[in-house]
Design a binder for this molecule. Structure first.
Ligand code: CDP
Ligand code: MG
Length: 834
């Protein structure tokens, strides 16, 4: 397909290419798996940067005037009635007693570690104390405080709260910035942002010029970005002696952080929480059994019509629950549990029996307990939705005049999220179903009952097999205590743990830091682009360093895709990739899409992969939804091309004002498509900045209609994510080199095929659940793999041959290996001659 001509022109163009536009590094993020970062290009977080070094008397005057304005505004608010009321509330928080001590400590030390129970007033108060005292002392317009949050929702919610406490709107002195969204103004002095945003900021501005205070919140969570940020900041501190670093943690492991920063002073905010009574599974079973027997004997739930007519069913249910629980307890040998038999824990799976158990305990609370909201900790979005459906079908819990069931999840719209903070009407029981994000970063004040399933979905990384896993696993003791604490905010509470005491005793004290359980590719690329030296040396300075093997895998991957050369230096490609707000492989797709002039569809694929899947799969209409999706993929054997067609169809429908019907008919999420749409635009302008697009923008779509080109670019991006296809009689068997047999997710369009007329699939992601599953795949031909699989610049093509040749040999395709040799020779000649 005109490839030679293209290679020819490319090589010619390459020589005459103008140097890259390095000036405008965008403010960008990673991928959909990372909650933080920002896509929006940033014109600088703080405008007063230029004002930092007053060069003339005029500047000084402006600074003085703005500082004065800030102070006057602060005084006016503090003296107003509303302001007084707010002050009173703020003074009631435990952190207020430590206010002066905190401020003195911060002024006298470069690093301070603050710990205190959730809700004591760290996030909303500490940055605000700093801001207030700076404004008070007339330095208002010179201070610039950045407070990082691990999650978008908390950055947004907290800035709103702090602005309200200051009698302002968000965007005045207090602002926020998260991926794709932000609100800040000329006078913004306190900015809540995700950790990813600050990391990206460091790309442009290694010394954080103009920033006076960095507050890193929720460090106890030990997220990868936070751990990474701490290494960078530790290096930065000697260069910026006046910069203040404040670390805030919800648990008492402050010593760890303090000693990391050479014995930085610690301060603990003694919090007050009401006592919370803990019920382990044993007690919970007693209660729910009581509930079931009492139903049979006294009929005290007589109002549940359905239950009355289905007594038989209830009896069956009871015996099933009792049976399953007892059986599981016995199987896992809990009575004699010891850490050595840790594996036996996996027999005990609350997910399989948990729903009925949760339903029972919720009935018990609603009917027998005092008023107060219930917070249920679940493992993930699927669980939350499934449980919500089950509860809503329940004769009592489904009665909306008595029970209000609210899911709470990071990917919900902010308006929906706000509902969970509101107080329900009298007589209505609020039940919030949440993931572990409700552990520390958000606070629902009226919670009195906590139901804790004991598990959280934890991403982990199997370095030996180089495979990411996402499995529900047991939480730590610290997390369990944290969950329990959520019940005692305003009055004594109750915590129902759906696991036996002996299981709790075996929990780890703290969760393993994320750095030790995730693939490190994006991180390694970032280390290189921030010029932080040798990757392994840099990471060895982390609070807890990742395994050497994980680092090696990541570096090797970056070499395979051509982002790093053999000496671990950033290549031109790597340099471009580090500036794009997506995982390296998606960045590579973007760049190749631009170079091979099929940009439009590639933009859609990359945007789709970095937001989330727009194809909806409602459980009750799964078949319909799947067939709608497969229509888009007809003949293509590609989830990515299905997405491209769905998106294009939607754009067309939008033009005819029928976007909504189109989505409805095809089981697509309009919201996600809109997000994809806006992301595409941003990617396009980022590509413009890199100087990779021709001056004539239509040129980059010369081949966009040609599915082969798009397939080839997808292959180039996703390689080495490749698996071989073997068509059997009635089914397809798939195999990768590292894992052996693998399966496709059922919502992949290729998952339903009984024959795939291509020898290979490239895939975006594989996840180990019980077997290894592939997500989002595209079928490709031999020639595409030969020409686009891998990195022909690596080691003068030899490295590439070794890699690809290894694949071809492994999959017993010697003929291809030979063709490959010929092609390689020709290509080498071609390159030499030019
Ligand atoms: O960060 P930490 O967990 O220590 O507490 P915080 O988030 O600063 O919250 C302190 C107090 O502010 C909470 O106990 C709530 O009473 C209140 N708050 C609120 O009313 N609304 C919010 N959106 C956030 C906090
Ligand atoms: Mg907090």
């Amino acid at each position: 397909f005109g490839l030679e001509r293209r290679v020819d022109t490319l090589l010619r163009e390459y020589k005459s290419r103008k140097p890259m536009n390095r000036g405008s590094f965008p403010d960008i993020a990673f991928s959909r798996s990372s909650s933080s970062g920002s896509i929006a290009t940033d014109e600088g977080l703080f405008e007063q940067q230029e004002l930092q070094t007053p060069t003339s008397g005029v500047m000084e005057k402006i600074i003085r005037r703005r500082s004065l304005q800030l102070r006057n505004r602060q005084h006016a608010w503090q003296e107003s009635d509303e302001g007084r009321e707010m002050q009173e509330f703020r003074r009631s928080l435990p952190s207020y007693k430590e206010r002066d001590a905190l401020l003195t400590m911060i002024s006298q030390n470069q690093v301070v570690v603050i710990s205190g129970e959730t809700g004591c007033g760290k996030t909303t108060q500490v940055p605000q104390y700093i801001l207030e005292s700076e404004i008070e002392s007339g330095r208002g317009s010179l201070c610039s405080i950045i407070c990082t949050q691990p999650r978008r929702i908390s950055a947004m919610a907290v800035s709103e709260r702090v602005a309200a406490e200051r009698g302002e709107k968000v965007g005045e002195s207090v602002g926020y910035k998260v991926r794709l969204e932000g609100m800040k103004g000329r006078d913004t002095r306190l900015l809540f942002c995700t950790t990813g945003i600050l990391l990206r900021r460091l790309l442009v501005d290694r010394n954080l010029k103009g920033v006076t205070h960095v507050v890193v919140d929720e460090i106890h969570e030990r997220g990868m970005n936070e751990d990474f940020l701490l290494i960078v900041l530790k290096d930065l501190l000697p260069r910026r002696p006046e910069l203040r670093l404040i670390l805030m943690s919800a648990t008492l492991n402050a010593e760890l952080f303090s000693s990391y920063f050479g014995g930085a002073p610690m301060i603990h905010i003694p919090g007050f929480t009401y006592p919370v009574q803990t019920h382990f599974l044993e007690d919970v079973l007693e209660m729910t059994r009581y509930r079931l027997t009492s139903y049979n004997q006294v009929d005290d739930y007589g109002q549940d019509k359905m239950w009355k007519t289905q007594k038989q069913g209830v009896r069956k249910r009871k015996s099933r629950i009792a049976f399953v629980v007892e059986d599981a307890l016995e199987a896992a040998n809990f009575k004699e549990y010891s850490p050595q038999t840790r594996d036996s824990l996996s027999c005990w799976n609350p997910d399989s029996i948990g729903f009925n158990l949760i339903e029972n305990i919720l009935c018990h609370i609603c009917k027998k307990e005092r008023p107060g909201a219930v917070l249920v900790f679940m493992t993930g979005w699927d669980d939350i939705n499934a449980l919500k459906d089950q509860l809503q079908a329940h004769p009592f819990l489904g009665d909306q005049s008595k029970v209000l069931i609210l899911p709470c999840h990071g990917s919900m719209a902010s308006s929906e999220q706000r509902l969970i903070f509101n107080k329900p009407e009298d007589g209505v029981r609020k039940i919030v179903l949440a993931t572990n994000m409700a552990e520390t970063s958000i606070t629902i004040n009226d919670v009195v009952f906590v139901v804790d399933c004991g598990k959280a979905k934890e991403s982990s990384y199997d370095a030996l097999n180089n495979t990411p896993c996402l499995l529900p696993s047991w939480i730590s003791k610290a997390a369990a205590r944290q969950r329990r604490g959520r019940a005692g905010r305003l009055q004594p509470g109750e915590c129902y743990r759906l696991y036996p005491k002996c299981v709790y005793d075996a929990f780890a004290d703290y969760q393993l830091p994320e750095l030790l359980r995730t693939p490190l590719q994006s991180l390694c690329l970032q280390i290189k682009s921030l010029q932080l030296g040798s990757i392994s040396e840099f990471l060895s300075r982390a609070l807890q360093s990742p395994e050497l093997l994980s680092v090696q895998n990541a570096v090797e991957y970056l070499k395979i895709i051509g982002a790093l050369d053999e000496k671990e230096n950033l290549t031109v490609l790597g340099h471009h990739l580090s500036m794009l707000p997506v995982e390296p492989k998606l960045g590579k797709m973007l760049i190749l899409g631009a170079m091979f002039h099929c940009l439009d569809p590639v933009l859609t694929v990359v945007a789709g992969l970095s937001v989330r899947d727009p194809f909806l799969m409602p459980l009750d209409k799964k078949d319909l939804a799947e067939s709608a999706k497969s229509q888009f993929a007809a003949r293509y054997y590609s989830d990515h091309l299905a997405l491209v067609r769905a998106y294009e169809g939607w754009k067309e429908a939008e033009r005819e004002q029928s976007g909504y019907e189109y989505c409805w008919k095809n089981f697509l999420s309009a919201q996600t498509l809109k997000a994809i749409d806006s992301l595409r635009k941003q990617f396009f302008s980022l590509l413009m900045d890199t100087g990779l697009l021709d001056d004539d923008p239509t040129a980059c779509n010369e081949w966009s209609h040609d599915e082969h080109f798009v397939r080839a670019v997808i292959c180039a991006g996703l390689y080495p994510g490749i698996c071989s296809v073997l068509n059997k009689e009635k089914s397809v068997s798939l195999k990768t080199m590292e894992d052996g047999p693998v399966l496709l997710y059922s919502n992949s369009v290729n998952g339903k095929e009984s024959r795939i007329p291509y020898p290979w699939l490239v895939f975006n992601e594989k996840v180990k659940v019980n077997s290894v599953f592939l997500r989002d795949s595209t079928a490709i031909s031999d020639s595409v793999l030969l020409l686009f699989g891998g990195n022909i610049t690596r080691g003068g093509l030899d490295g590439h041959l070794k890699m690809l040749g290894g694949y071809l040999e492994f999959f017993m395709r010697p003929a291809l290996a030979e063709i490959y040799l010929i092609l390689k020779r020709e290509l080498e000649e071609l390159i030499q001659n030019k």
